[in-house]
Design a protein around this ligand. Sequence first.
Ligand code: PA5
Length: 447
Amino acid sequence: MIKTDFGGCTSFVKETEYQEYLDKALVALDVLENETGAGNDFLGWKHLPTQTPESLIEECEAVRDSWKAKGVDLVVVIGIGGSYLGAKCAIEALSHSFARQLASKKDAPEVVFAGHNLSEEYIAELMDLMKERNVAAVVISKSGTTTEPAVAFRLVKQHIESRYGAKEAAERIVAVTDAHKGALKSLSTQEGYKTFVIEDNVGGRFSVLTPVGILPVVLAGFDMRTMLKGAAEMEEATAVKGKDNPAVQYAAMRNLLYSKGKKVEILVSYNPKLQYLGEWWKQLFGESEGKDGKGIFPASVSFTTDLHSMGQYIQDGERMLMETVVTVEKSNRSVTISDDPQNLDGLNFLTGKHVEECNAMAELGTKLAHIDGGVPQLSVSIEKIDEYNLGALFYFFEKSCGISAYILGVNPFNQPGVEAYKKNMFALLNKPGYETQTQALHERLGK
Ligand code: PA5
């Protein structure tokens, strides 16, 4: 169960102000629950935890088992934004930190990601890896027309076809896309790929609990049923129309702090496995709230690592920051610090302590220091890093984001700003249909 604690905000806000924002958050929750707000045709994510059919997981497991029978040891997952960050976050959080280097490999293929950049070196190096491995691919794009994954997929598809032949390639490629439209859908039909559907009413950044996240997580050998159970618990807890609803509380506090000039929210974790939780969370909140000249700017850090790079600014730089710390109460592993009779490093005061105890004291010490430095501290805790708690975190942040954006007065479910760079890129690459923009850009650039 997720616990929230805003004790680290009390010196920055008055209780009456918080109550006022809780009331606003409850109004926003009503809008979300009654589906009366902007973007209300994109609310399909709300009941995914409780309404995802068992047959979907079984279908994903069937893909996993058929690839296992072929000896597949590398799955390339192709997608960008909401079509990759959730799966990347879950797999990073649940995997051994040194999975690749360990001699004892787990009984699941390695999952790598592509199509989330346009780097030629990245794709060339992916080709190097694919040549050495037994490969299959999952291509994920809701629109089916996004350039980055389309470019990567063309190249990965060609590699798989030339290695295994077109017939076998069709058994090694699975697509996750719209039920009817988009280039990826037509290509998949033509090539005979197995496809999973992203429903129309679920936007990319809210899609981690659809096949977009479920299929890669299952392929990587993790337990999606438990992840959905954790999310289901939060579906219930965050539907409560009361001030004890944790998503209402979080949305209220971050908006109150925003109204007081805290324009940047940093998501903090003290376990490197959660680094991609920060990346997923930044997209969720950044794309949902950053519009109409408004929105908290989402940033993320991994402590204690980044205390040695960003710590100075957070402690002492411009006072526009708030921090949301994702606390993990229990480590999944146990390592104690050993005694050293010579004590040359002066560390014997730590003898017998768990490393995680040092981490917890670093977290507490940093919290107190940052409060003293003028940075409000919001805390969101989970018991440990596992499928259950990750599912709960995904849903908690999604629900909080919807409520928060409605308090702010923006449509959480569109992303008009993402189109601007695409138009310029297409024009500069001479895409047919963009001739006028190409000419205008060439004039602007003096070409
Ligand atoms: O949240 C979103 O809608 C976006 O980040 C999309 O997920 C991203 O642009 C990828 O889009 P698509 O899945 O259509 O390729």
